[in-house]
Ligand binder design. Structure first.
Ligand code: ATP
Ligand code: MG
Length: 207
C-alpha cells in the first residue's frame, strides 16, 4: 500500500511502484527483486554480527540501506516529508530526529537489548522488543520499507541473544501485524507483544 499524502514523491505516476535505479515499473518484478534483497540483507548482517555490534540509530539505517540502497535513492536515509497510511499519521517530519534520539537513548540505557540470552528473561525480552518495535513503527523513519527494515533490525537483536528470527507467520498475511501496528499508534503494544511472544523461539528450541 502506498503512502499518502502524495508529497512523498517516491512513486512513478499512477503507480504503486517506487522510482528505482533500474527503472523497473512492473510491480511483480520489483516485488521479487525486493524479496531477494531482503534475504541477502539477512545473510549479510548475520555474517557481520559480533559482540561489538551496537544496535543504535546508525545500525537501523544500515539495515535499511543494505536492503534497499542498491535499488532506491532513499535506502538507509530518514525521510524529509510527513507520511501517513490509512488513518495513521506517522511521526511528523519536524520531530523525527529528536523522537528518534529519544528512542535510541532509551535503547542504549537498555544496553541495546544485548543481555537477554537467558531464557528466564524471555517475558521481559518480549516486552522490551514489542515496546521498541511499536516506537519505531510510530516513528516510521523511512520513505518506504519501514516494516521490513524494522523487522530485520529486531531479528538481528534476537539472533544476538540466541533466538531464531521472529516468526511472524500468518500475521503478515492476514493483517494481524498491521492491526497490531495500528494499536501501536495508540501506544497499545499488547497485540504486538502477543505476535512477538508467539514468534520468538530459541535456536536450540525443539519447537
Ligand atoms: N494503517 C497503518 N497504521 C499504522 N501502521 C501501519 C499501517 N499500515 C501498515 N503499518 C505498519 O507499517 C509497516 C509497513 O511500512 P512500509 O510500507 O514502509 O514497509 P514495508 O517493508 O514496505 O511493509 P511490510 O511490512 O508490509 O513489508 C507495516 O509493517 C506495519 O508495521
Ligand atoms: Mg511498503
Amino acid at each position: 500500500m502506498k503512502y499518502y499524502p502524495p508529497s512523498n514523491h517516491i512513486y512513478y505516476e499512477n503507480s504503486d511502484v517506487a522510482i528505482n535505479k533500474l527503472n523497473i515499473k512492473d510491480l511483480k518484478i520489483i516485488t521479487e527483486i525486493e524479496k531477494e534483497l531482503v534475504i541477502k540483507a539477512y545473510e549479510t548482517l548475520h555474517k557481520e554480527l559480533d559482540e561489538n555490534t551496537i544496535f543504535d540509530e546508525e545500525y537501523l539505517c544500515i539495515t535499511h540501506e543494505i536492503i534497499f540502497a542498491s535499488l532506491y535513492e532513499w535506502g538507509g536515509k530518514y525521510r524529509s516529508v510527513n507520511i501517513s497510511k490509512g488513518d495513521s499519521m506517522f511521526c511528523p517530519y519536524i520531530n523525527l530526529e529528536s523522537f528518534s534520539k529519544d528512542i535510541f537513548n532509551k535503547l542504549q540505557n537498555d544496553n541495546y537489548l544485548k543481555n537477554y540470552e537467558d531464557i528466564a528473561l524471555k517475558d521481559e525480552f518480549v516486552k522490551k522488543l514489542s515496546y521498541y518495535m511499536c516506537e519505531l513503527i510510530v516513528l516510521h523513519p523511512f520513505s518506504e520499507g519501514n516494516g521490513r527494515g524494522i523487522r530485520l533490525f529486531f531479528d538481528i537483536i534476537v539472533t544476538f541473544n540466541g533466538y531464531k528470527y521472529i516468526d511472524y507467520k500468518s500475521t503478515l498475511e492476514n493483517d494481524d501485524y498491521i492491526s497490531a501496528s495500528i494499536d501501536c499508534m495508540e501506544t497499545d503494544c499488547n497485540r504486538m507483544e502477543k505476535i512477538i511472544e508467539n514468534g520468538l523461539n530459541k535456536v536450540t528450541s525443539l519447537h
